[in-house]
Design a protein around this ligand. Sequence first.
Ligand code: GCB
Length: 617
Amino acid sequence: MKPVQFQIAAIILLLLSGEAFAQYPDKTQQIINLPNRDTISLNGTWKYIVDPYENGYYNYRYQPIDQQENASQVSEAIFNDYHPTYKTDRVEYDFDQSGELTVPGSWNYQDDKLFYYEGTIWYRKKFDCHLPKSGERMFLYFGAANYETHVYLNGKKLGMHVGGFTPFNFEITSFLKEKDNSLVVKVDNKRKKEGVPTLNTDWFNYGGITRDVALVKVSETFIRNYCIQLKKGSLDQIEGYINLEGKDLSQKITVEIPELKLKKEFTSDENGHATVQFSLTKAILWSPENPKLYEVNIIAGRSKVTDNIGFRSIETKGPDILLNGKPVFLRGISIHEENGIRGDRAWSADDAKMIMGKAKKLNCNFVRLAHYPHNENMIREAERLGLMVWAEIPVYWTIDWENESTYKNAEAQLSDMICRDINRANVIIWSVANETPVSDARTKFLTSLIAKARELDNTRLISAALEKHTITDNPPLFAIEDPFARYVDVLSFNQYLGWYDGLPEKCSRSTWTIKFDKPVIISEFGGGAKYGFHADKDTRWCEEFQEELYKQNLEMLDKIPQLRGMTPWILSDFRSPRRLLPGIQDGWNRKGLFSEKGEKKKAFYILKKYYDQKITH
Ligand code: GCB
């Protein structure tokens, strides 16, 4: 083919493949409840190649190789310096001779040379596998990879995914071999202006395959996702759905809760969708005091899924948050998904136990999982321990509000988070943003996200961490003036009196006027302290300063009449490339109540004491 013809063909292919690998599908394709599916783990050691110039993806004209003529060969052809006018036998890569990374795990903490690396790494895993029998299908599932991921199996591109914190899957039934499958994955964690999050964040940009990878075996027609939860406002009526995928979409589906001797039947429509409604009598409701879960079985022909589900209601009434009809104060803490001892993203059940155990020590009944969807172990462990959850998407600071594809990306992350966790009783709040600057474009973006969240789940509360507004400086008087405040169920805001705004004593001179008849949650307050650094309470970075800051803030905030909870910033010190003060920060945001190694700072005891008193009210 002559170069010009070739280029036209390439463009056509590019357009076609753009559709085939749709980044932000309208309907979530999630397979949920991985912990209880028939899976084969692909965790472990993977070969890797660092590719800062994306030589394995773009040719010398910077055209993506895998969207051109030889797309089906791509995983074998990467790094061949592919030239459109001639083919070459020359090979300039070799997975076999390359190093190994452990999956899950970011690459940053596994090799000093990769600590600040932001770019592409190619992974390869070889595996043998029993081929699916007739009537069975196989999917490849990633818990998450940060940020943009392209996946190839045995030379065939399966697709791509954008977003670092949500799961994705591809069907691989017809591409599998019995022996020596070659799974090649390109992960790129370059920050992008139009990304979600965008260029600037206050957390570490861990790159790579950061959560579990597994093969999932299902039957030809299978239960993809479902929601079995209490109907909004009810303590005994279940309302939900079940979605099947496959050939026999319209069929009988049974839902059983053996402990309650319940067995109900439903019929799915021609799209595989069934609406579920039934009464739940004499069930013990899920609560922090008694985080009761029931085994729930869903059976559709040969497809059976078991989940452990709790039932509870969550509502607001004026300024009150009602859990199972009773007012509750949210004794919370903000958390990043990080294991500071390892110095990496948290991903495992053990990581989740360690982190949530600390929140329990503070006497929390609530956690804010900031600033992106955390892995499923975190939510399930919190549910087991009786911790309610605020879940959030990385619409953080200065997103590209006018960009349609940025919106689609944010909406896909929101939808995927909701779909994955919709059966978790402890999730009570979906948050759509953190500290976003007020503008019409921003408010439109966020109200569209809220509409989507309500369409997918009309039972949970919606919020966003907003910012305060100064009405007068002297005496300091603050309010929440953000126009977006009227759309949320729970009015939440971050404020840093005593740290970014004055010294802790400013709290005693400050007052708040909040005109909304809604529950108020302080989604962040806090200040930095280096564990083990002791001085007087006026010396920044010492534990005594942070202790005083907590005392003063709690006294001030407690006077807000609508105050119904808080999630101070933050449980543990966390890595942030913005925090470089030598000897103090050294790359860590020091606002933790625990150090990254798990040592308690003095402020821990102040918050715990406050929560101990709150428990009686
Ligand atoms: C904030 C952000 C949070 C930061 C924190 C801080 O307002 O929401 O992501 O880490 O302040 O430490 O400055």
